[in-house]
Every structure is written in structure tokens, then in C-alpha cells.
Design a protein around this ligand. Structure first.
Ligand SMILES: [Zn+2]
Length: 460
């Protein structure tokens, strides 16, 4: 098979080399450049980012008084010389800033060629909904990164794609789901196969039934959803013969989920890190389980509690600057997530590495002495728990400084010895100083967008 495939030809009589339509040509011209820049050195990538960042700051300075005041406060003004050395003086943009400022963060005018402007509403898992704007230019980048992700993971775009994401009541409902001719906007650039979609609120058994009937080549869904479907299929020996790969997004992917999908169907997961307001921030490396920052689209920083850049092995807060969305500049935006910085990747790509993405501060455990720590529910620890008792799904909720509720969905009631072993596991994992309550539920509460968090702190 020749890979990547020949683009989708739009002109009568033109087959190869092919010219797609105008939209496809735009995306292809970005992909062509990104195919090369991914191999540049980290320094060269950074230099090009800062030339784009100067252009972004110039727009923010001239078109958004809120940003101008903050840049002045940081001692920055056009033409933004030596921006790299002064960058860290720019204040952080929070979700609360966005909620409070509203339309004051929109650009008064867009430069020529940035195209139409679209509204986005995000609920966010923080319960802090925001409204944002994004330009057509930002959307071209979105499409290009979507294709880069497919191409990195060598998907056959003519295959069938199944999507289980939408949680809107009545949309793509079981048993039929919905059907589309193509894989969305990717078809503007390459020929694609069909796409089918099912509502994520379908039960694991219903999803498995639908997947068997559709028999897709690829599946896109949330990590906690695939975990329960894989459990169901493993137990009931349900195979999806054509399935080649699973693509996850929107939630933290736990390592045991990768194992489970290998066991259930013999397929690998590829994960990516994105948000609605920013788009793609990091994609899984084609050769490793860690992530490459998408530096052609965002400038992503990981900083410690003092605001200093984290080194490989350190965990810090993610700040992201969208390089191309001039309609509403996001400059040093605190997405709310934390990540561990990784070493340069042996694959040779100069795009910086995130070893793991840890999610929100809300997922941190507060020790009785007030210290906050990450509850790293490692692959080994979870596997141990699942061997102790017939647990299908789990969620841990810190109710108070001293109390943790363990919520389980189980296949049958636990015996006294299983319960006692689970309690021992909890004390080892979270610390003997906590009091644990075990709750058994029919299913675990998911957010409106179908997400499930494995650890939630309700403390302060
Ligand atoms: Zn790599």
C-alpha cells in the first residue's frame, strides 16, 4: 500500500498527482509544511513559534484593549523584540478571566484572509462554561492536525470509522445510531470511507452489539467508555473482526485501558490531548505511548507553582497559547490540566514531549495535613485491585480531608475477604490515615459530555 494515499481529486480527468478542491488544497499545504517541521530541531521549531507569537501579540495589542493592558504591565510593546526572554512576564489567562471579560476578549478586526468567525460554547469538566470565538484560519489548522493524527497512525482512510462520543439525548440512539458518507472534513483532502455514530449513553452491551453489527475498522471514543465496553466484550468473548485501532480523546487514558483493549480485541489505542476552545494540543507519537506537543498550532508551556518551566520528569500546570486564532487570542491560557514533561523522543521528531497528561487539579488528593498530591493510579495498582474482586468500574471521591468514598460497579456482591482485601488496597494506595466508605452502584455518574473521572476531590 502506498502511504499516505493520493489526495481526493476534484477536477474532471485529473487522477494523479491529484488536486483536491480549494479547502483540501489549503489543508494539504499545511500538512506539507508540517511533514517537514516535525523533524526540525526543538530550537528551530521554537524560533519559528516566536516569530508567529510576535504576530499574535501584535494583533492582541492593537485589537484587544484587555490584552494590551496586560502586555504593557509585562513591559512588552510592538515590535516585541526578544520576546522569548520576556515571555514569562505575560500574566496567565484563566477561565474566570474569560467568563468575566466575555466579548472584551474578542478582536475588533481580523487581518485579511483569516476568514469567517465561529462561536464555540464549552461546558468544560470544571463546571465553568465559557464562550469563545475561532476563525476559519484556526479551523484549517484543526483539520490539518486531524489528518496528521490519522497519517501518523497510518490509518487506512477508506475504512469505516465508528464514533461513540455524542451524549445528546435521542441523537444517534441505539439500536440504529447514525450514518455518514465520509469521515467529516478529512474528505476535503483525501478520499475516506463511511462514518457511523452511536450515542455514548448506550449500555456496554448495546455498544458491543452495535459494534459487532457495524464491524468498523477504527473506533473513536472516550477512555472510560472503551474500558467498560472492553470489559463486557472480554467477558462475553465478543470480537470485532475488522477493528484495527482505537482512538481516544477528552479524558485521561489509564494504562490498564490499553491492556484491556489488547486482551479483548488485540488492538492498540492511540490517544490525543485536545480541548474544544483550543483544538489539538498533543498527539500520541506514532512509535511510543507518550505525546508530542503540536508546536505548529500551539505554544504549550508546563510550569511549576513558581511559574518556572518544568524539566523532564517534573509535573506542572499547562499554559497554552494558540498561534493562529486571532479572532480571540488565547495567550498563556490555563487550560486547567497538569502534565509531566518528557525527554526528547527517540523517534527523531523535534516536537516536545509530554510523558503523561494528568488532568485537573480537581483530581489531586488532599492529605489530612493539607498537602496536595497526584493520585497516580498506575497500571500495576489498578490491575491488582481488579484481581482482588470482580470490579467492573471504579471511581474514588474524596469527600472530606479525612474521608474517601470508593464507588464500584461489580458483577456480584463482594465476599467479606474480598472487601477486606479491597480496604487494604485502598489504605496502601491513598494512605492509612483516611477513612474509606465502599459504595456499590449500578453505573457510575458521567458528566453531560459522557466523561467519567476516576478520582475526584470535593475538598475546597
Ligand atoms: Zn516520537
Amino acid at each position: 500500500m502506498i502511504y499516505p494515499p493520493v489526495p481526493h481529486a476534484e477536477i474532471d480527468g485529473n487522477v494523479w498527482p491529484a488536486l483536491p478542491g480549494e479547502k483540501g488544497q489549503i489543508v494539504l499545504s499545511l500538512l506539507y509544511q508540517m511533514d517537514q517541521s516535525q523533524w526540525w530541531s526543538a530550537e528551530d521549531i521554537r524560533t519559528h513559534q516566536f516569530s508567529q507569537l510576535s504576530a499574535l501579540l501584535s494583533q492582541a495589542w492593537h485589537q484587544v484593549p484587555f490584552h494590551r493592558a496586560r502586555l504593557e504591565q509585562a513591559g512588552l510593546a510592538p515590535p516585541f523584540d526578544q520576546l522569548e526572554q520576556r515571555w514569562a512576564a505575560i500574566p496567565i489567562l484563566t477561565r474566570s478571566d474569560i467568563q468575566e471579560q466575555g466579548k472584551a476578549l474578542y478582536s475588533a478586526h481580523l487581518p485579511r484572509g483569516h476568514g469567517a468567525v465561529y462561536d464555540i460554547h464549552t461546558s468544560g469538566s470544571t463546571g465553568q462554561p465559557i464562550r469563545a470565538l475561532r476563525s476559519q484560519l484556526a479551523l484549517w489548522f484543526w483539520s490539518a492536525f486531524t489528518l496528521r493524527e490519522h497519517l501518523w497512525h497510518r490509518r487506512d482512510l477508506r475504512g469505516k470509522l465508528a464514533v461513540i462520543r455524542d451524549s445528546t439525548p435521542g441523537v444517534s440512539a441505539y439500536p440504529k445510531g447514525s450514518r455518514y458518507k465520509y469521515w467529516g472534513s478529512s474528505r476535503q483532502t483525501f478520499d475516506t470511507g463511511p462514518c457511523v455514530s452511536l450515542n455514548i449513553n448506550a449500555s456496554a452491551a448495546e455498544q458491543a452489539d452495535w459494534l459487532v453489527r457495524e464491524n468498523p475498522d477504527y473506533l473513536l471514543t472516550h477512555p472510560t467508555n472503551i474500558l467498560r465496553v472492553a470489559h463486557h466484550c472480554l467477558e462475553n468473548k465478543i470480537k470485532i473482526p475488522n477493528l484495527k485501532q482505537i482512538n481516544t480523546l477528552s479524558e485521561i487514558l489509564r494504562p490498564e485501558t490499553r491492556d484491556l483493549c489488547r486482551d479483548a480485541w488485540g488492538v492498540e489505542i492511540t490517544d490525543n490531548y485536545s480541548s474544544r476552545e483550543i483544538g489539538y494540543m498533543a498527539l500520541q507519537c506514532p512509535e511510543h505511548a507518550h505525546y508530542h506537543i503540536q508546536s505548529e498550532g500551539v505554544f504549550l508551556e508546563v510550569v511549576d507553582s513558581q511559574g518556572k518551566p518544568c524539566k523532564p520528569g517534573e509535573i506542572g500546570r499547562i499554559l497554552v497559547t494558540h498561534l493562529h486564532n486571532f479572532a480571540m487570542p488565547f495567550i498563556r491560557y490555563d487550560v486547567g490540566d497538569f502534565a509531566e514533561v518528557g525527554e526528547a523522543c527517540p523517534c527523531g521528531r523535534g516536537l516536545p514531549v509530554l510523558k503523561q497528561i494528568l488532568g485537573r487539579e480537581q483530581n489531586m488528593l488532599s492529605k489530612p495535613d493539607g498537602e496536595k498530591v497526584w493520585t497516580l493510579l498506575s497500571e500495576g495498582a489498578i490491575r491488582k485491585l481488579l484481581k482482588l474482586a470482580p470490579i467492573r468500574e471504579y471511581q474514588f471521591v474524596q469527600k472530606t480531608q479525612a474521608q474517601i468514598e470508593a464507588r464500584f460497579v461489580v458483577d456480584r456482591a463482594l465476599s467479606a475477604s474480598e472487601t477486606s482485601q479491597v480496604r487494604t488496597w485502598l489504605a496502601e494506595k491513598f494512605g492509612p490515615e483516611f477513612e474509606f466508605t465502599l459504595t456499590y452502584l449500578k453505573e457510575l455518574p458521567r458528566s453531560k459530555s459522557g466523561k467519567l473521572q476516576d478520582f475526584i476531590s470535593e475538598v475546597g
